[in-house]
Design a protein around this ligand. Structure first.
Ligand code: NAG
Ligand code: NAG
Ligand code: NAG
Ligand code: NAG
Ligand code: NAG
Ligand code: NAG
Ligand code: NAG
Ligand code: NAG
Ligand code: NAG
Ligand code: NAG
Ligand code: CU
Length: 565
């Protein structure tokens, strides 16, 4: 095992913190939020020297990209210049972007891409949020290598609602192909079949000693004995739910998707693509080297990258005993559905939360796979994804611009609130008549209405777990179950007191999840599976949230540098 010679996590992190917060203390007053400015240069780079690696598209020559540090209330301006040959957009995953969809980032939903040689400054405020979020490309499959952490500290003088850690570190879990991901994506699209699974998982860009290659790359987190660490875990993988564990050390979960939860102790964390999880871990074991591991959770017989990424939790000043291999954490079995369900059951908001008690709009969306004709594809068919049997067709201009400028003919506002015909959603696999209808159809929501959305997995072709992400909002996960949602009986079991609040939720395999939110952020907001392969197949739609009547209840005017199509 070769440790990364250049990385001293604790040291570099403390310097950044000192510089950053020293600066903030000097310039900020209690009433004035800071403006944090970043320059992002997107370019092809050889930065990742994994063996066989092709050059990858990254930000500022780094993989993962730079961390954005801010405090709640700050204004963040990121000037993104695209030097790469691909169109680019950046999404600030989990930032609510109040009235400000212009800075949200999903290509052709809220903006046209930043074309090669062009620049766009994302300008947004972080209002009423603190914790770990992340940023990533939101076009094609480029988020595989174009991503990084967002760390939002509480306002100055406000402590965490858990014991103050001695140090903090970000752990970004990724998915790696020994190829240009755009080539992989195009191969899949051309064939109409799932593209190749990835070649490795990574922790902070490094796969660890199990990577089949003589030149190994391992992330090392150096720790001091008896100190407590806040680890900000981010699942940036394209297609894989992940288990995460540290040998010999339990973790205290304290936050998910930048919302605080009732702390609980666990040996393994489950994190779906798009989600973040903060844990406290105390370096209280006999000094030495302990493996950190991340590996896929997959509870249906589908091809998946089952390779384990490894990093090292390394007590300072200790050497791995000659000839010994550090202890490996015991992860749950790759198909351990029960462990995942138990983990999700433990997630509760720290304090009672303001869940909409009455619902103005009840939505029931089925998640389905399908097969549509494709004359040019290998089997003359193409795999597709659908919500309520509609495969989303990407528009050629941005939906938010079309909405704001009253451009007609770009989208329809008739996304159905429920499937046109009910069926036994999770019964025996349905493998005949798998066609879907296609369209750029949006769901219209009245300003400030309360919405309940039940996401129902189906056995159209196969059941599978899907991590669903809603842009522009957090939501409360009020209920979850296996099988078909029962509108007569299941709502009585909903948790309307302290449900977890998040921006991405994993709908269980062959089951359903109910979420609630108040539609008080006007704009056009993407709703999609965060498995990139499914998003590509059309498992997505968007809400159009209307403006309200009040002065601060409408979409802000677009910035002057918004990219044109
Ligand atoms: C990456 O490395 C390859 C091989 O050394 C070289 O041909 C290529 O020009 C480099 N690309 C960039 C963007 O630096
Ligand atoms: C943004 O980047 C462009 C291109 O690199 C540069 O010309 C411009 O000055 C930058 N703007 C700001 C505000 O830094
Ligand atoms: C961010 O906050 C500043 C200061 O309150 C305000 O001037 C600006 O318009 C806000 N920007 C957005 C996008 O809401
Ligand atoms: C991982 O998947 C490969 C290919 O499907 C299979 O051959 C191998 O046995 C699997 N390994 C484990 C540890 O499950
Ligand atoms: C999980 O996988 C193991 C090994 O492939 C298999 O024996 C077991 O039946 C599976 N369990 C479930 C619940 O599918
Ligand atoms: C497509 O064809 C391949 C063989 O070329 C076959 O293995 C596969 O099952 C087919 N898939 C579908 C969805 O028809
Ligand atoms: C749905 O299908 C399952 C499994 O095939 C079956 O057990 C169940 O009775 C069916 N439900 C209804 C309402 O038909
Ligand atoms: C989905 O729509 C297609 C095309 O209209 C139709 O053939 C199919 O039966 C529908 N499937 C379901 C499950 O509603
Ligand atoms: C939204 O509705 C709630 C409940 O009726 C109300 O308290 C709140 O003031 C409304 N918000 C806006 C911005 O209208
Ligand atoms: C980049 O985006 C522009 C604007 O939508 C589009 O016209 C162009 O075809 C895109 N280029 C590529 C390579 O996809
Ligand atoms: Cu999915």
């Amino acid at each position: 095992m070769t440790n990364s010679a250049t990385y001293h996590p604790k040291m570099s992190f403390s310097i950044i913190i000192l510089v950053l917060f020293g600066f903030l203390v000097l310039v900020s007053t209690p009433t004035k939020a800071a403006i944090k400015k970043y320059q992002f240069d997107v370019a092809v780079s050889n930065v990742s020297r994994l063996c066989h690696a092709k050059p990858i598209v990254v930000v500022n020559g780094r993989f993962p990209g730079p961390t954005i540090y801010a405090r709640e209330g700050d204004r963040i301006i990121v000037n993104v210049t695209n030097h790469a040959q691909y169109n680019m957009t950046i999404h600030w995953h989990g930032v609510k972007q109040l009235r400000n969809g212009w800075a949200d980032g999903p290509a052709y939903i809220t903006q046209c891409p930043i074309q090669t040689g062009s620049t766009y400054a994302y300008d947004f405020n972080v209002t009423g949020q603190r914790g770990t979020l992340w940023w990533h490309a939101h076009i094609l499959w480029l988020r595989a290598t174009v991503h990084g952490a967002i760390v939002i500290m509480p306002p100055a003088g406000v402590p965490y609602p858990f014991p103050q850690p001695d140090q903090e570190a970000e752990l970004i879990l990724g998915e790696w192909w020994n190829a240009d991901v755009e080539v992989i994506e195009r191969q899949g699209n051309g064939l109409g079949l799932p593209p190749n699974t990835s070649d490795a998982h990574t922790i902070n860009g490094k796969p660890g000693p199990l990577f089949p290659c003589p030149e190994k790359h391992t992330y090392v987190l150096e720790v001091d004995h008896s100190k407590t660490y806040l680890l900000r875990i981010i699942n940036a993988a394209l297609n894989d739910d992940l288990f995460f564990a540290i040998a010999g050390h339990n973790m205290m979960v304290v936050e998910i998707d930048a919302t605080y939860v009732k702390p609980f102790s666990t040996a393994t964390v489950v994190v779906a693509p798009g989600q973040t999880t903060n844990v406290l871990v105390r370096a209280d074991q006999p000094p030495g080297h302990y493996f950190i591991a991340a590996r896929s959770f997959m509870d249906v017989p589908l091809p998946v990258d089952n390779k384990t990424a490894i990093a090292v939790f390394q007590y300072k000043g200790t050497a791995a005993a000659a000839g010994t291999i550090p202890a490996m954490p015991r992860l749950p079995a790759p198909n351990d559905t029960t462990f995942v369900a138990d983990f999700q059951d433990k997630l509760r908001s720290l304090k009672p939360v303001n869940v909409p008690a009455s619902v103005d709009r009840r939505l029931f969306y089925t998640i389905g796979m399908g097969v549509n004709p494709c004359p040019t594809c290998a089997n003359k068919t193409r795999l597709v994804g659908s919500l309520n049997n509609i495969t989303f067709v990407m528009p050629e201009v941005a939906l938010l611009q079309a909405h704001y400028n009253h451009v007609r003919g770009v989208y329809r506002l008739d996304f159905p609130d429920r499937p046109t015909k009910a069926f036994n959603y999770t019964g025996a696999p349905l493998t005949a008549n798998l066609g879907t209808s296609q369209g750029t159809r949006l769901g219209r929501l009245a300003f400030n209405s309360t919405v309940e959305l039940v996401l129902q997995d189906t056995n159209l072709l196969m059941v599978e777990s899907h991590p669903f992400h809603l842009h522009g909002y957090n939501f409360f996960v009020v209920g979850r179950g296996i099988g078909n949602f029962d509108p007569a009986n299941d709502p009585a079991q909903f948790n309307l007191i302290d449900p977890p609040e998040r921006n991405t939720v994993a709908v269980p395999t062959g089951g359903w999840t109910a979420i609630r939110f108040r539609a008080n952020n006007p704009g056009v907001w993407f709703v999609h599976c965060h498995l990139e392969v499914h998003t590509t197949w059309g498992l997505k739609m968007a809400f159009l949230v209307e403006d309200g009547d009040g002065p601060d209840e409408s979409v802000l005017p677009p910035p002057t540098d918004l990219p044109p199509c």
